[in-house]
Design a protein around this ligand. Structure first.
Ligand code: HEC
Length: 467
C-alpha cells in the first residue's frame, strides 16, 4: 500500500516536472559523470571534451584545483558554480572524468569536417564549399571592401585584409582585452564607404585606469594602404566591468544610415538588461559619428542612456538587416536553452531575464514565465541552445530556394542553421554543413556570395551553388 502511495506521488512529481519544463529543458542529474558532463557542461566545453584536451589550465591542473574550479565556479569568467547542483563526490567524479579522458576522447571522436570538395546536396540546393582562407586563429567578423578584398577580424586582436592572394595585417589597431569572450570583434563598412572611407570596429576595451575591467567599444577609422588612420572612438558602453563574457558586439546599418550595435549583459543578468541607466544588455542606435539621434526612444528620459534603442537582451552576437523590409534582425544566446531570434523595434523590451525559455546552467530556474505583457516574444527560440553566432540574409538569386532566408551559425552544434522565411516570418529550419566546426561569422558579399567563418579550422568558406 505504502509503495503505491510513493509511486503515485512520484508520478505526480514527474507530471509536475513536465509541466514546469514543457520544452524538454530538463535538468537531469544522473550517477554517470559522462552523462552529467553531457547535460551540464558540454554546452560550453564541447561534446567531446575538446575544451579540456591539452589544456593550459587557468586555475591549476591538480585534482583539487579542478574540483574547486567546478565547485565554486568563477563569476568573472562566466564559469557557473556547481556546489548546489552536485555533491562533492559527484564533482570529484566529474573532475576525474575530465582529467582522465579529455585528450583521448577529443582526439579519437572529434569529427572530421565534411569533405569540402564534394558537392553537398541539401534539401533545396546543391552547393560546394570553397575554402577561401585558412590558418586563422579565431575569425570573428567579416566585411568586404569595394574592390572585393575581404577584411577579417581575429579575436586575438588582429585585423587582416585578404587580397585574394595573401593575408595582410592591418596596422594601428586599438589595444583589446583578449580574454574569455573578449578581443577584437566585429568589422563593418559605412554604407557610403566608397565616398567617405569610414570603417567601424567593435572590441573589448580594457579600462585605461583599471586593466581588470573592460567594456564593449567601437572605433571609426579609415584605411590607408594597410594602416588605420583618423581613429575616433565613437562608443564605449557604460559601465566597465570585471567579467570577460557577454560583450555582444555586432554592428549593422539600416537603410537610413543609422548604426546599430549590440551589447551583451556582461554576465550581470540581474543588474543591467532591464535597467535603462546603463548600456549593457541593449541594442544601441547611433549616428555614424557616434552622436545620438534626437528621435531615439529614451532621449527625454531623465535617467536613461540616450543611445538605447531596445533592451532586455542577454548576449546578442548576430545582427542583420532584412534586405526587403529594412528591419534589423538580431539573435542572442540564451543561458541553458532559450536562444532567440528577434526583430528589433524601437523602445521594445525583449524580456531578459524576466521572461525566458531557458534555465540556469546549474539546472535551477530563474524565472517561471516565458511571456509577459509589454515584453516581446522571439520570432524563433532554440531549446536546447545552439549558441548562435553570426547571421545574414541570403540575398541573391543564385541561391534560388534559399533567397530571403536567414543563415545563422551554431557554435555549440557546429553547423549553419537555415531559417526558412516566408516574407517576414520564419516558417521552417534546416541544418546545413553539420560538423563544419564552431561557426562565428556569416556574411553576404556585395557580389552575392554567402561566406562563413569557422573557429576550429580557422577558415573562411564560400558557399557556391552547383549547376
Ligand atoms: C556557461 C558556460 C559554462 C558551463 C555551462 C560550464 N563551464 Fe566550465 N568554464 C566556463 C568558462 C568560461 C571557464 C573559464 C575558462 C575558459 O574561459 O575556458 C570555465 C572553466 C572551467 C574549468 C577550469 C579550467 C581551467 O583552465 O582551469 C573547469 C575544470 C570547468 N570549467 C569544468 C566545468 C564542468 C565540469 C562543467 C559542468 C558541470 C562546466 N565547467 C560548465 C564556462 C562554462
Amino acid at each position: 500500500m505504502k509503495s503505491y502511495t510513493i509511486l503515485s506521488l512520484l508520478s505526480l512529481f514527474v507530471i509536475l516536472q513536465n509541466c514546469l519544463f514543457p520544452l524538454g529543458n530538463k535538468a537531469i542529474k544522473t550517477t554517470s559523470p559522462a552523462a552529467n558532463y553531457a547535460n551540464y557542461c558540454a554546452g560550453c566545453h564541447g561534446t567531446y571534451l575538446e575544451d579540456f584536451a591539452d589544456r593550459d589550465w587557468q586555475y591549476g591542473d591538480s585534482r583539487d584545483e579542478v574540483f574547486a574550479a567546478i565547485k565554486y565556479g568563477n563569476d568573472d569568467d562566466g564559469m557557473p558554480a556547481y556546489d548546489t547542483t552536485f555533491t562533492d563526490k559527484e564533482i570529484y567524479e566529474l573532475t576525474d572524468y575530465i582529467l582522465n579522458n579529455a585528450t583521448r576522447i577529443a582526439t579519437s571522436q572529434s569529427h572530421e569536417t565534411p569533405a569540402l570538395s564534394d558537392v553537398i546536396r541539401s534539401r533545396d540546393l546543391a552547393f560546394r564549399l570553397d575554402t577561401v582562407v585558412s590558418g586563422l586563429d579565431i575569425p570573428w567578423g567579416l566585411e568586404f571592401l569595394p574592390n572585393g578584398d575581404m577584411l577579417i577580424t581575429e579575436r586575438s586582436g588582429i585585423l587582416y585584409r585578404w587580397s585574394g592572394i595573401n593575408l595582410q595585417k592591418i596596422n594601428g589597431l586599438p589595444m583589446v582585452k583578449n580574454k574569455g569572450q573578449g578581443g577584437l570583434l566585429d568589422v563593418k563598412l559605412h554604407p557610403n564607404y566608397s565616398e567617405n572611407g569610414y570603417l567601424y570596429l567593435s572590441f573589448s576595451k580594457p579600462n585605461p585606469v583599471n586593466s581588470k575591467e573592460a567594456t564593449t567599444a567601437v572605433i571609426r577609422a579609415k584605411l590607408e594602404a594597410n594602416q588605420l588612420v583618423n581613429i575616433t572612438e565613437i562608443f564605449e558602453a557604460q559601465p566597465y566591468v570585471t567579467t570577460s563574457h557577454h560583450y555582444g558586439s555586432r554592428i549593422e546599418f539600416d537603410n537610413s544610415g543609422y548604426l546599430y550595435l549590440s551589447v551583451g549583459d556582461r554576465g550581470r543578468r540581474d543588474d543591467y538588461p532591464q535597467m535603462l541607466n546603463n548600456q549593457c544588455g541593449k541594442i544601441h542606435r547611433l549616428h555614424d559619428d557616434g552622436s545620438i539621434p534626437s528621435d531615439n526612444p529614451f532621449v527625454n528620459h531623465s535617467t536613461a542612456m540616450p543611445s538605447i534603442w531596445s533592451y532586455g537582451h542577454r548576449n546578442p552576437q548576430g545582427l542583420a538587416k532584412h534586405p526587403r523590409t529594412g528591419d534589423i534582425w538580431e539573435h542572442e544566446h540564451g543561458p541553458r536553452g532559450g536562444d532567440e531570434i528577434n526583430k528589433i523595434r524601437k523602445a521594445r523590451n525583449y524580456g531578459w531575464p524576466i521572461i525566458s525559455y531557458g534555465i540556469n546552467y546549474s539546472g535551477t530556474r530563474f524565472t517561471k514565465i516565458t511571456e509577459k505583457e509589454g515584453m516581446e516574444q522571439p520570432e524563433l527560440q532554440w531549446t536546447p541552445s545552439i549558441a548562435p553566432c553570426g547571421m545574414d540574409f541570403v540575398n541573391h538569386e543564385r541561391y534560388d530556394a534559399w533567397n530571403g532566408d536567414i543563415l545563422a551559425g551554431s557554435l555549440r552544434f557546429e553547423y549553419v542553421n537555415r531559417c526558412i522565411m516566408e516574407g517576414d516570418k520564419i516558417v521552417g529550419e534546416e541544418k546545413l554543413l553539420e560538423g563544419i566546426g564552431r561557426v562565428r561569422a556569416i556574411e553576404m558579399s556585395p557580389d552575392g556570395y554567402m561566406y562563413i567563418a569557422v573557429e576550429a579550422s580557422g577558415a573562411v568558406y564560400r558557399i557556391v551553388p552547383e549547376g
